[in-house]
Write a protein that binds this ligand. Structure first.
Ligand SMILES: [Fe+2]
Length: 221
């Protein structure tokens, strides 16, 4: 909210690429405080108890007078609803599906076997068919090597297809093994975090901090 103020812009829409299991989304609070519209992929939002707009492929969103076009791309694999978006045909906000030097992993360990096929399809078919000139802006980085010299985190999709190991595993069984074989442990509080993000429970700030302790475990290399 402060950042928007600093830039002299008004927050009118807030998007989440998926329902998070590893951190508490600030999206809903920002939307409430600014009276913005909050967008969530409907397949991740079946249990949420607040109003949201369904973020769905095929329904592009046009924002503001200068017209920013948001094109949702259904890209399951991290969660069943994971949705990336292309902004103005230039940027691919990949959420937790694709990073610079790593790929996403199924967000719930118990679902890994079910979701690995979706992840493969998203990365190897869906993303592969997108314009390779798109600049991928992922939601996390895991290692310092993923940063550009200026500290930003983003690379052309063509570069990622050339250099990211996770996009270059020809053998499907090997891919399945990489994704499901070495899953990092689930964050302790993941179930509570999900319920908080669904609006089912409302822990105070201190409790929230405690729930979020621990590293980002979204990525695998
Ligand atoms: Fe995530």
């Amino acid at each position: 909210i402060d950042f928007a103020k600093e830039k002299g812009v008004t927050i009118t829409h807030v998007f989440d690429t998926h329902l998070h299991a590893d951190h508490i989304s600030g999206g809903r609070v920002i939307a409430e405080k600014t009276k913005a519209t909050y967008w969530l992929p409907p397949k991740d939002a079946e249990e949420v108890v607040f109003d949201y707009q369904p973020l769905e492929e095929g329904n592009d969103i046009i924002i503001g007078n200068i017209k920013i076009r948001i094109q949702p791309i259904y890209s399951p694999g991290h969660t069943i609803g994971s949705t990336s978006f292309i902004v103005d045909d230039q940027y691919l906000l990949s959420g937790d599906i694709l990073f610079i030097d790593s790929i996403g992993r199924p967000d719930l360990a118990g679902m890994a076997g079910d979701w690995v096929g979706d992840l493969r399809k998203t990365l190897y078919s869906r993303y592969n068919a997108l314009s390779k000139d798109l600049i991928v802006l992922p939601a996390h980085f895991m290692i310092i090597d993923e940063l550009n010299d200026d500290g930003s985190v983003g690379k052309k999709l063509s570069t990622l297809f050339a250099e990211n190991h996770g996009l270059n595993i020809v053998d499907e069984a090997e891919f399945r093994h990489l994704v499901t074989g070495n899953l990092p442990p689930q964050p302790n509080a993941y179930q509570e975090i999900r319920e908080t993000n669904m609006g089912k429970i409302n822990p105070d700030e201190e409790k929230q901090r405690e729930m979020e302790i621990g590293p980002n475990r979204c990525a695998i290399r």
